[in-house]
Design a protein around this ligand. Sequence first.
Ligand code: PDD
Length: 267
Amino acid sequence: PFCFAKNQIIDAQSAKVHPMDIGLIRGYGIFDFFRTSNYTPLFLSDYLDRFIRSASKTHLQLNYDKSALSDIIHQLIEKNDLKNGGIRMLLTGGVSENHFSPGAGDLFIFCEDLIFPSLEKYENGVKLLSAEHVRAIADIKTTNYAFPVWLSADWKAKGAEDVIYHQNGIISESSRSNIFVIKDGAINTPDEHILHGITRMRVLELAPETSIRQVSFEELLKADEAFITSTTKKILPITSIDNQKIGSGLVGPITKQLMTDFEAMEK
Ligand code: PDD
């Protein structure tokens, strides 16, 4: 496969990052991730806007504008024959003399296989564990996922799909997805200490009546339905938190409807 690195499209095997890049030694860098559906990069404009915003908020210089990035991406899709796959854009913090300040970062764009959760998980829902945590500079898509990567050994051992973060009784998001909580027909989603997901944005378009507000952990436990959203999961129903059933413990009707409506958005 081909990727974009060192300002050109090259064989992905030859892409290299410097070992002293602060992306590696300090976890300072940004990325974004989207997918293609039948060779079309889905919602590309939104992902590019977020990537450009992440670069600017982290004071990293991105030498390509939106249309240049889009051109590179379309070239990669064609060269890699990427019908249905993932595309990752990564801008590292770069190498600097004090091994701490950002330097001139390296831009990489590469294509990946994409594996969605199994059909069984969409039909029966999945289990989350809770953790007291809030992401730092949460609205920037940084490459720092040290906490959830560390925690994943624990949730995997306990048969959970992922984690839900809460702090001071208020929930924010899952490790790589946003959350929606439904009670008495009303849809709610947190807005603080989250990455503003592109999938979340699409769900808000499908359900504009959603309340964007603080949601307590208590409310989540007492909800009728809940689901998480992300590029790699689409809309994934949550049927248990910390081994407590959500609602009836089955995937609810509002979640099911939104899952169907979301699939239709790709067509
Ligand atoms: N994760 N919150 C966090 C912390 C995320 O990392 C992501 C995306 C989301 C959902 O955003 P979107 O709908 O735009 O994918 C929310 C990607 C998929 C990942 O790291 O795998």
